[in-house]
Design a protein around this ligand. Structure first.
Ligand code: FAD
Length: 292
């Protein structure tokens, strides 16, 4: 199937894109890498009247470290992040996660801004933003606003962005001393969207976590920052505490059934990921009551 007829405008700057979006409201759609937008249009799931192509806006590109902050422009493609020495040094969780996104052809075009704005609950990058405590920078005709990643994702394909706003950049705190990370996902095939996945960032001091952020994806209508992490911080993690956390995690998550996996299978996979994460980051031989 082909997309319904639409008008096309190539924005020359952020303010030009905002003028176009402001004038057309929800009849317009931003085009970034096109890897989610074009399939949706071709399947006629959406039929915008106007496409606002932001691909030529230079100010939306770039990766920069300033003091304790890493700033990533919305137009940076998955492949740019995968190859970036700044990302590898200051947010290595992202380097690891991006290798799991789709296939090279899609990573060559898809962008971080597009992935976050699209907000697929099974996507890797939204969960990484929660794990890394990112701030999403949004520009509208009234100026700039900054939204914590934890408040940005509001439902399946839903975010805090309005139709007349543009996601312009992401800011992340650079990885601190003693910072460690974990990334793993279960997918039918490498490159498929995950049935369940976990992106985690932690600070380890001695034998304990002083900070632990567990961001799950594929197990709810949006990425989930698991509250159960709090029970594993500043305490000795034993098989008993891990087993209790695993039970609490199962109660906290609200996964869905679909043709890929049942809700109970997703809940089980999430618990397996918890055990593997804690074992990898803290105790290689921790036994979580048979969940491995
Ligand atoms: C076969 C296939 C497999 C895939 N597998 C995976 C996978 O395993 N994991 C994964 O995470 N993704 C996967 N993707 C999606 C891919 O990562 C996309 O690149 C990404 O979701 C969207 O990025 P994009 O730049 O292509 O955005 P686009 O498709 O251009 O836009 C997506 C949406 O975001 C909006 N938008 C884009 N940029 C902005 C902005 N700056 N401000 C406001 N709104 C904006 C658009 O209007 C649109 O609604 C897959 C895609 C395909 C086709």
């Amino acid at each position: 199937m082909k997309a319904a007829a639409f008008a096309y405008a190539r924005a020359t700057s952020v303010s030009n894109a905002l003028e176009l979006l402001g004038a057309h409201g929800d009849r317009a759609k931003v085009l970034s890498g096109g890897q989610s937008l074009m399939p949706a249009m071709n399947l006629r799931l959406i039929s915008p009247e106007l496409i606002v192509d932001i691909g030529a806006i230079g100010e939306l590109r770039g990766i920069a470290v300033t003091g304790e902050l890493l700033r990533i422009g919305a137009l940076m493609r998955h492949v740019d992040l995968l190859r970036s020495p700044e990302i590898a040094a200051h947010a290595p969780l992202l380097t690891e996660a991006i290798a799991h996104i789709a296939h090279p052809a899609i990573r060559n075009r898809g962008t971080i801004g597009g992935s976050l704005a699209h907000a697929d609950p099974a996507s890797e990058l939204p969960a990484c933003m929660l794990a890394l405590d990112a701030t999403i920078i949004i520009r509208g005709e009234g100026g700039e606003r900054r939204v914590a990643a934890a408040d940005f994702f509001t439902g399946i394909y839903e975010t805090a962005l309005s139709a007349s706003e543009l996601l312009v950049a992401i800011e992340l705190p650079v990885a601190r001393k003693n910072s460690v990370h974990f990334f793993h996902e279960f997918a039918r095939r490498h490159g498929d969207y995950a049935m369940a996945g976990l992106a985690a960032q932690a600070i380890v001091e001695g034998d304990a976590f002083s900070d632990l952020r567990l961001a799950y994806f594929g197990v709810g209508d949006r990425p989930v920052l698991a509250k159960v992490a709090g029970a594993l911080v500043k305490t000795a993690v034993t098989p008993a505490t891990l087993a209790a956390a695993s039970v609490a995690l199962g109660a906290e998550l609200d996964p869905h059934d679909d043709q890929q996996a049942s809700a109970s299978m997703r809940r089980h996979l999430a618990r397996v990921l918890l055990a593997r994460c804690i074992s990898a980051l803290l105790h290689p031989d921790l036994d979580a009551g048979g969940i491995v």
